[in-house]
Design a protein around this ligand. Structure first.
Ligand code: 6GU
Length: 243
């Protein structure tokens, strides 16, 4: 997969050289390129923004600058143009899975009050380009760069070969079961006066599995009742309903 990130702060994306995403890049599983939006400007001040038509506070990013930058990276084949914005559709694990199937993703990181709306409109009409305006949660950031980090990490770890043990993708929160993950423990067996739950050291696989499912259910009911309510009815059996 190739990902192009366009931003006025390329240094913000430096963490993508680290850890699992960094290794995926070095291994050739992810071709990630970061571009400075200001490189396409032609004026002395390298201007990328201007005052909003209709008035109001703040500045809006110019569509002509974005058009030049995006035309330079988007290519001919199918691509997702992902625009991080607090007014976008919410990023979910299933969206990350969809994005992991894309050949190319271009991420247009806005700053200030956002990017002139004609940019999304224009690229929506370009054959092969799918525009997705995406929010990472109900809070406001200063720009799209941190959201781009989030999207790239969420997507990269789903690419074949990126996560060493694919089994670790299966049971985690927001995975198949539609539940939050159960709590986990390791050595030492007693720490700060707290013992590991006895069932986990019992060697009884059936009891461990039941305990983990109960913990996941209780946790989800407590922290994310919306997720529990969204489960298909058949997903909860009689044992589950006791929790
Ligand atoms: Cl994608 N961008 C900004 N600026 N703020 C956000 C966001 C994105 N998602 C949540 N808040």
């Amino acid at each position: 997969m190739r990902v192009d990130v366009v931003t006025i702060f390329p240094d913000y994306l430096a963490p993508l050289e680290l850890s699992l995403v960094g290794r995926a890049r070095r291994d050739g599983l992810l071709d990630l390129r970061v571009h400075d939006l200001r490189d396409v400007t032609t004026d002395r001040h390298r201007t990328v923004d201007d005052t909003p038509f209709g008035g109001g506070a703040g500045m809006v990013m110019r569509p002509d600058v974005w058009g030049t930058a995006l035309d330079g990276v988007i290519g001919e084949g199918p691509a997702v143009l992902l625009v991080p914005t607090p007014s976008g559709e919410r990023l979910t694990q299933s969206m990350a899975q969809e994005l992991a199937g894309a050949e190319r993703i271009v991420i247009a990181c806005g700053r200030y009050e956002g990017i002139d709306a004609r940019v999304a409109e224009h690229y929506s009409a370009v054959p092969g380009v799918q525009v997705r305006e995406v929010s990472i949660g109900d809070y406001v950031l200063n720009g799209g760069e941190v959201a781009a980090l989030v999207v790239v990490e969420a997507v990269a770890r789903l690419l074949p070969g990126v996560v060493g043990n694919p089994a670790s993708l299966v049971e985690e929160s927001h995975g198949e079961a539609g539940l939050l993950e159960y709590p986990v423990y390791t050595k030492p067996p007693v720490w700060a006066g707290l013992a590991v739950p006895e069932v986990l050291t019992s060697g009884h696989h059936g009891r461990v599995a039941r305990w983990r499912r109960d913990q996941a259910l209780a946790r989800t009911a407590e922290r994310r009742p919306d997720m529990l309510a969204a489960l298909p009815p058949g997903d909860l059996d009689a044992e589950d309903r006791r929790v």
